[in-house]
Each structure stands twice: as structure tokens, then as C-alpha cells.
Design a protein around this ligand. Structure first.
Ligand code: C2O
Ligand code: CU
Ligand code: CU
Length: 462
């Protein structure tokens, strides 16, 4: 019942009134191309990229701008673009069969929406993502703050992986049942900004670097360790948080972003590795922090944080509580012929969501717009699931019992539960899915519905 009080503020989303905003026009062409991923000593690779690049171009805009993207599908299969983490109207969310028909080969589709939040977001197709992300279709959206922080460099690393054959071709075996029932399709080459790692971060002692990280892998969870430094975490999934120091290492799952403030406290000419130690016996070199011989100016004042985005704060008193049970996968007897994975007893196969002829799946939950929802995700499987929600941002319950920073994807450990809380913000049917693409498309996908409170569309306040 705490819902009605929020209704008034929800109906007038101030951030979307886009005062003095500009429209940014972009074109994204998805098509096959040939790129060198491994350097000059190896053959090039036939990939699918946006604008012949992996990652696709960085889409830059200012907070409050309108982004208008003409998407040209020049792939041999249907596709869409989803704008991961951006709070936008449902019709622009890019989910085939639910928010729009899939875009056929040779067709175009124009996406247009305001950007209410500053931060690091990303885009990727929402059709057969195990293949379309696996072949290279992903890119970053960088929305600048109204007052950007004072840094020496603003660096973005898109971390992903790719499964290559010995001729440097992308392995075409995208529908492996084994991968789907285990940890998903893991690549054999880790990429940073589309090149085999480690990526080099050239710095000078005394500098302050903003390092934006995105995990765009179709399945791989990284456990990142930054040697010799303890950067400040200043944003999760695009949204500023109260800055805190990174621990020894951190889990970084598909879909997640992290913005770090890295103060270069090393000595001139020093070098420090950035490693992935998710599988301790099979470490990946992700990056190298390489100090130049000269120092920059002295260290700066401690960084105080980015100014927050105008998100709706969950109101826990009187919140609605729901439960989401995940079952199935290898080592389980729950898997069925139809689905390897189940959400609340149902396995959703993406086939039914692929085109507008498919049946609309029934939502797992229906919430009233403006309500706070607490959702307990109960992972009864032996596998990690980075669960992603479209259309909302949630706070995640920390082991201490406190509510953590806002996020759009949460890593749920095997045989563990994870609680989240959010405000059902914008009307429509929104996806919930595991961001391990092979899990998503073999059962771990569903929707929740936000029912509109008002019959007439909201008119933004002048
Ligand atoms: Cu990046 Cu449906 O998600
Ligand atoms: Cu998303
Ligand atoms: Cu999963």
C-alpha cells in the first residue's frame, strides 16, 4: 500500500523532461566483417560487428540528451538492439516478440529515447545472444555527467572472450547442450576492447584514471585482481555509489559494469598486472598498468564521489515480496526435454520470444507501477547465475544485511539466495534473465509486468 504515495512522482519523471536536451543521431550497422583479434602474426577472424568493429562504436551523449539510433540489420539472421541498463520506455527495450518484432535481415529499425542517467551502459542484440554476442555484437554507451569528475584519463575496457579454432575462426558450435547445462560457452581467448589481452594502461605516477569496465562476455564470469593498487569503486552498473575501496579481487559477471577511480600510487617505470583468477589454475592476463619514467603532479585530494542519478528509492515498509526459484542444469534431475533450466517451475525457450508470431509468455509477476518489490532469488542449482532485470534498478542485500548500491544484474551463487529490492518504475512487460546467454536461452528467462496506474499517459511537468 506504500504504492499510492509514489504514484504522483512516478507519473512525472522529472529526469525525462529533458530540459535543453539535444538529440544525438547514430547509425549502427550489424554485419559480418573480418577483423584481426590476435595481432599480425595470426590470420584474421570472420566476426559479426557493429560498424565493422568489436566492440562497436562508443555511443557518447550527455545526461538528458535524446539518443536516436538507426539500426540496420545486415546480418544473415533476425536481430534487435537492447540498451542494457538504460531506463527507457518499454517500446524501445529491444526484446523481440515482447517489445517489438525482430528486425529482419535487410531491414532497419529506429530506436529513440531520452537518457535520464549519466554513467556507463551498453548495447547488444536480444536475439540468440549466445551467438550474436559470441560473434562480437556489443558496445558501450557513455553518458557524461553534468559535472564530470576531474581525472587525467577516462579509459573504457570492454572485457569479453571468444572461442576460436586453431585457424582463428570463431567456433560455430553455438548450441552445445553441454555448455548450456554447465557454465555456458567459455571462450579460449580473453579480449579487451576487441584485442587479445593483456591490454596496456599507460600511466604516470600521481595520475588519477577513471577506468570503466564492462563484462560483455556471453558467459564468462571474471574474478579480477588488480595488483599493487586499491582503486575506489565509484559506480556499479552505471549508477554512482558511495565510493569504497576494492578488496583483493572482485567477481565481475556478464552484463555488469564498474567505474573505478585509480590513483597511480606506483613508482616510475613500475608495472602491475591485472589478472582474472576465477579459475585459479587457469589465470588470464587481462591488463597491465605500465608506469612511465616521469611523474605527473602530486596526488589529488580523495575522490568524493559522482553525483547520484535520480533513482527511485525502494520503500521497504509495506513492500510486496516475491520469490524466484532457479532449478536445473547439470547435476540436477529437474531438467526436462523442453528446458535445461527452470524459473519458478517453468522453462522459457527463446524460440517463443523470437518473433511476433510467437505466443506472448505469461509474466512471472505483475506489479503496480510505483510499488516497491522485494524479490528473493533462490538458486537451487550448482551453477552461478548473474540475474539481470530490464526496466528497473535494484538494491542488492549484502551479507551484512544492509542494502547495497544500485545495480541491474546480480550474481547469485550456487545453492545460495540473493534478495533485491526495487521500485516497479515504468509500465510494460520487462525481461528477467540470466546473463549467461546459454542459460538465458535454455530456460532462465521470463518477464514481469508493471501495470500502469493511470489510463492516460503521463504529461511531464514543464
Ligand atoms: Cu544485457 Cu536482457 O540484457
Ligand atoms: Cu538489459
Ligand atoms: Cu545462469
Amino acid at each position: 500500500m506504500g504504492c499510492a504515495t509514489l504514484a504522483a512522482s512516478i507519473a512525472t519523471p522529472v529526469a525525462w523532461s529533458a530540459r535543453g536536451s539535444r538529440t544525438r543521431d547514430q547509425m549502427l550497422i550489424a554485419q559480418p566483417s573480418r577483423l584481426s583479434l590476435l595481432g599480425d602474426d595470426y590470420p584474421s577472424t570472420e566476426v559479426w560487428g557493429f560498424n565493422n568493429m568489436i566492440p562497436g562504436p562508443v555511443l557518447r551523449a550527455n545526461q538528458g540528451d535524446v539518443l536516436r539510433v538507426r539500426f540496420r540489420n545486415r546480418l544473415p539472421s533476425v536481430s534487435t538492439i537492447h540498451w542494457h541498463g538504460i531506463r527507457l520506455p518499454n517500446a524501445m527495450d529491444g526484446v523481440p516478440g515482447i517489445t517489438q518484432p525482430a528486425v529482419k535481415p535487410g531491414q532497419d529499425f529506429v530506436y529513440e529515447f531520452p537518457l535520464p542517467d549519466a554513467g556507463t551502459f551498453w548495447y547488444h542484440p536480444h536475439v540468440a545472444t549466445y551467438e550474436q554476442i559470441g560473434r562480437g555484437l556489443y558496445g558501450v554507451i557513455q553518458v557524461e555527467e553534468r559535472e564530470p569528475p576531474d581525472v587525467d584519463e577516462d579509459v573504457t575496457w570492454v572485457i569479453s572472450d571468444v572461442l576460436l579454432t586453431k585457424d582463428a575462426a570463431i567456433s560455430p558450435n553455438f548450441k552445445s547442450l553441454h555448455d548450456a547445462a554447465h557454465a555456458g560457452r567459455l571462450g579460449n581467448i580473453v579480449l579487451v576492447n576487441g584485442q587479445r589481452g593483456p591490454a596496456v594502461l599507460d600511466v604516470r605516477a600521481g595520475q588519477r584514471i577513471r577506468l570503466r569496465l564492462l563484462n560483455a562476455a556471453s558467459a564468462r564470469i571474471f574474478r579480477i585482481k588488480i595488483h599493487g593498487h586499491q582503486p575506489l569503486v565509484v559506480a556499479h552498473d552505471g549508477h554512482p555509489c558511495t565510493p569504497y575501496r576494492l578488496g583483493e579481487s572482485f567477481y565481475f559477471s556478464p552484463g555488469n559494469r564498474m567505474d573505478l577511480m585509480l590513483d597511480c600510487t606506483g613508482a616510475p617505470n613500475a608495472q602491475f598486472e591485472i589478472e582474472d583468477e576465477f579459475f585459479p589454475a587457469m589465470r588470464n592476463k587481462v591488463g597491465l598498468i605500465r608506469y612511465g619514467s616521469r611523474s605527473a603532479q602530486g596526488l589529488r585530494k580523495p575522490f568524493e564521489g559522482l553525483s547520484p542519478n535520480g533513482l527511485f528509492e525502494p520503500v521497504l515498509a509495506g513492500a510486496e515480496s516475491v520469490k524466484m526459484v532457479l532449478e536445473g542444469g547439470a547435476l540436477s534431475n529437474k531438467a526436462t526435454r523442453e528446458a535445461i533450466w527452470l524459473m519458478n517451475g517453468k522453462g522459457n525457450d527463446h524460440g517463443s520470444h523470437m518473433d511476433s508470431h510467437g505466443a506472448q509468455p505469461d509474466p512471472l509477476f505483475t506489479f503496480e507501477q510505483g510499488c516497491t518489490v522485494r524479490c528473493l532469488i533462490d538458486n537451487r542449482t550448482a551453477w552461478f547465475h548473474p540475474m539481470h532485470f530490464h526496466g528497473i534498478v535494484f538494491r542488492e542485500r549484502l551479507p551484512s544485511g544492509q542494502w547495497g548500491p544500485f545495480k541491474d544484474s546480480t550474481l547469485v551463487w550456487p545453492f545460495k539466495t540473493q534478495e533485491i529490492a526495487f521500485v516497479a518504475e515504468s509500465p510494460g512487460d520487462w525481461m528477467i534473465h540470466c546473463h549467461v546467454a546459454e542459460h538465458q536461452h535454455s530456460g532462465l528467462m521470463g518477464t514481469f509486468r508493471v501495470a500502469s496506474l493511470c489510463k492516460t499517459p503521463a504529461t511531464p511537468r514543464a
